[in-house]
Design a protein around this ligand. Structure first.
Ligand code: GDP
Ligand code: MG
Length: 443
């Protein structure tokens, strides 16, 4: 899967100090293959990779992120950009009713979506009216009526027994019905075919002209992969639409279709359907889809946190001390580094996500949140001189510190010993220029 591929690619980047052109090329090759495997259209993949490459080349090395994290961030940003950036909200008409028309192939999920959308609008205080303008299949009207009943929303349908009804007329009449009965949103369900054909397109276009919709939504099954692009193009040419709804996202489609459609049509994806039940429906969030495509939700959260809490000045000072410049690395520096990391979230989680932590697993495994509290208390009970120069902390000082912080002397001993050990290791890492974590020298 795309997720596995990217994870494998980024693993090879871990522990490198900067991004060389060769690194970027290798990474981009993997991303390219991964996107193709996820069924993203070739033209889209080419553009995407080119954009990532350019940004990665021009990227300043961030203090907060290591190179692997930086590439992930660039890839993620580009994905969100293509997927539309911000969530696009539904446009309501200045004068009700707002008319929403659904278009798409048969089986794409229009009728199901109509019910979901109606319920969602109802829950927000709107009074929607569902319109059965799919008169192609004998049971299409009944299906919408069942859906409407479940959602508790009225369905406007042609009178039974009138022979074959005229969907254009039904659609037109529904708008006056809504005006008279004060429905403020009209949702027009239309017929689809199994494939794109001109008769179907003509009917959809006629319905569109009859109701003058505020939003035409193109409904597309995320599972159809590459075909989605052709279908999206055909509907764009035949009917035109303002937004896209992706359905069946509960399947294992990785989102390749989302990327292709958004890119090729330039239309925002507005809603996501992810199940057969009415509640399986969500406003589409580009950022969530991006992390679904990347399969790296945790990592992205960490990156965000790291950027937010990273204190460049403080870290630079600590790093300088570790390489023997700007004084000695003392307990205050130790504490500051620890606190900075801690601001990012639960320690156990952070350590699990940080790249390059393999070597330090042993030392870290024993640390829990409460212990960090105790370490803080112990360090706060020391004098500034003791913190700057921990060598002077002898037996009687340890006893005093233990009393002051309410811990056993053995815990003070263990902290002081651990500090010396950690400092030794960090200094040797810093002098070897082992750049696993440029942003977190104290780690
Ligand atoms: P229409 O022909 O475009 O109106 O499509 P329908 O709404 O009748 O849906 C076709 C089939 O797909 C039905 O069996 C639905 O239950 C199913 N379906 C619709 N949306 C989803 C979805 O988001 N997830 C899943 N798993 N099934 C869906
Ligand atoms: Mg239908």
């Amino acid at each position: 899967t795309l997720q596995d591929r990217l994870a494998a690619t980024f693993k090879t980047l871990r522990g490198k100090g900067r991004l060389s052109d060769a690194d970027i090329d290798a990474t981009c090759r993997e991303i390219r293959i991964a996107l193709l495997e996820a069924d993203v259209a070739l033209a889209v993949v080419k553009d995407f990779v080119a954009a990532v490459k350019e940004r990665a080349r021009g990227a300043e090395l961030s203090g907060a992120l290591n190179p692997a994290q930086q590439v992930i961030k660039i890839v993620n940003d580009e994905l969100i950009g293509i997927l539309g950036g911000e969530t696009r909200v539904l446009r309501f008409a200045k004068r009700p009713p707002t008319v929403i028309m659904l278009a798409g192939l048969q089986g794409s999920g229009k009728t199901t979506l109509a019910g979901k959308l109606a319920l969602w609008l109802k829950e927000q205080g709107h009074s929607p009216l569902l319109v059965a303008a799919d008169l192609q299949r004998p049971n299409a009207v009944t299906q919408l009526q069942v859906v409407g009943q479940r959602a508790g929303v009225h369905v406007f349908a042609p009178e039974p027994g009138n022979g074959v009804g005229d969907p254009i007329r039904v659609a037109r009449d529904s708008v006056s019905e809504a005006q008279h009965k004060l429905y403020d949103v009209v949702i027009v369900d239309t017929a689809g075919r199994l494939g794109v054909d001109s008769e179907l397109m003509q009917q959809a276009a006629d319905i569109r002209d009859a109701v003058n919709p505020d939003e035409v939504l193109f409904v597309v099954d995320a599972m159809i992969g590459q075909d989605a692009v052709n279908t999206a193009r055909a509907f764009a040419a035949g009917v035109g639409y303002d937004g896209v709804v992706l359905t069946k996202l509960d399947g294992d489609a990785r989102g390749g279709a989302a990327l292709s459609i958004a890119r090729v049509t330039g239309r925002p994806i507005m809603f996501a359907s992810n199940g057969e039940q009415l509640k399986d429906f969500d406003v589409f969030h580009p950022d969530r889809m991006a992390s679904r495509i990347l399969g790296m939700g945790d990592m992205l959260t960490l990156i965000e946190q790291a950027e937010k809490t990273f204190d460049a000045e403080q870290s630079a000072k600590a790093a300088a001390k570790l390489t023997g410049q700007g004084g000695e690395f003392g307990l205050n520096d130790f504490l500051q580094q620890m606190q900075m990391v801690r601001k990012m979230g639960p320690l156990s989680k952070i350590f699990g996500m940080l790249p390059g932590m393999g070597e330090m697993k042993e030392q870290i495994a024993g640390i829990d949140e409460k212990e960090v509290d105790r370490i803080e208390a112990i360090i706060y009970s020391m004098t500034p001189t003791e913190r700057d120069n921990p060598k002077i902390i002898d037996g009687s000082r340890r006893a005093r510190i233990a009393r002051g912080s309410g811990v056993e002397v053995s815990e003070v001993n263990s902290l002081v010993n651990r500090f010396f050990e950690a400092r030794k290791m960090m200094m040797s890492m810093a002098s070897r220029k082992m750049p696993g974590m440029p942003g977190l020298p104290g780690m």
